[in-house]
Design a protein around this ligand. Structure first.
Ligand code: NAD
Length: 300
């Protein structure tokens, strides 16, 4: 039976450490870390995520606020909000909540964020720094997965890793981080042939395809480490019961085979939020001259 990589427990540990760091440096810094979320439209899931991030900020002493534009906002209006936040000394981190509704151009909005405040790690400069292995703000979900793997004692050196998905948000930075940890990485995507064969060879499998239940037991090599990034709201099993969350992995089938597995919920999701907090505190420290990162540095 696989060991569960518990993101809730590790995220709580990060929060405790960050709360202490913020409290210790507050007097010197003169103001708390600040995180602004730019949201456009009323996507329901985005609303839930934004709310969770705001609560998490409150727990560690980060001041957070939301700039909420209607779905009818123009590109210029949203860009002006971002420019104001870039210039705002009370703002250390800017998060553009995705997805951005059409016809707005999310790429241009992300490009407008000051790279020093890019706590989602999605600005081309920070992605370039990642590729070059230089210090910079890292994408939260893959950074959170690296922290979970490190904490779970998973040795990455030399292992055969498969990442399913090649998005800029998850799959691409995940592949690069794993390579930098000396894994041998394959990145699969919607045009990959014989995905099941690739999966069966993987000693580490990161499923980030956004396809509910894509990975079943017959795709998983016994003893593999399985990380499930997908989040899908499954319909309630019975009338009157609540909707449940499921991932890209069929947990019940895979748990008996794998050596380690992340549950959904409670695996990758909480770590994504923890890394957002970590990046915001780091950006604040950089601005206030507070020195090095508050925790043992994340795997970079
Ligand atoms: P995306 O839609 O941008 O990218 C999906 C990728 O998967 C694409 O590269 C596509 O080529 C690939 N893909 C799709 N179907 C495939 C298939 N059948 N076989 C192989 N590859 C396939 O999605 P994303 O933003 O990268 O997110 C992926 C999933 O992770 C979603 O379910 C999303 O909700 C979830 N997510 C979770 C967290 C978290 O904190 N847990 C954070 C970000 C995203």
């Amino acid at each position: 039976m696989a060991r569960r990589l518990n993101g809730r427990v590790l995220a709580a540990h990060y929060e405790t450490s960050l709360r202490t760091s913020v409290a210790q440096r507050l007097a010197t810094a003169g103001c708390p870390p600040g995180l602004a979320v730019v949201r456009v439209g009323d996507d329901g899931a985005s609303g839930v995520y934004v709310g969770r991030k705001a609560q998490a900020c409150g727990r560690v002493g980060i001041r957070s606020w939301i700039i909420h534009h209607p779905a009818t906002a123009s590109q210029q209006e949203v860009l002006e909000s971002i420019c104001r936040l870039n210039a705002d000394p009370a703002c250390d981190g800017i998060l553009v909540q995705l997805p951005i509704p059409a016809p707005l151009d999310a790429r241009q909005l992300l490009l407008a964020v000051d790279p020093a405040k890019d706590v989602d790690g999605l600005h081309p400069l920070n992605l370039g720094r990642l590729v070059r292995g230089e210090p910079g703000l890292r994408s939260c979900t893959p950074a959170g997965i690296m922290a979970l793997l490190a904490h779970g004692g998973v040795v990455l050196e030399g292992i055969r890793a498969l990442v399913i998905g090649r998005s800029i948000l998850v799959g691409q930075p995940m592949g690069i981080m794993l390579q930098q940890a000396n894994a041998t990485v394959t990145v699969a995507h919607s045009r990959t042939r014989n995905l099941a064969d690739h999966c069966r060879q993987a000693e580490l499998l990161v499923a980030a395809a956004g396809q509910p239940g894509l990975v079943g037991g017959h795709w998983v090599r016994p003893g593999a480490v399985v990380v499930d990034v997908g989040i899908h709201r499954a319909p309630p099993p019975q009338q009157g019961t609540r909707a449940t969350l499921q991932g890209d992995v069929r947990f019940a089938e895979v748990e008996p085979l794998a050596s380690h597995i992340t549950p959904v919920p409670g695996g990758v999701g909480p770590m994504t939020v923890a890394m957002l907090l970590w990046n915001t505190v780091q950006a604040w420290q950089q601005r206030c001259g507070g020195g090095t990162a508050p925790l043992a540095p994340l795997p970079r």
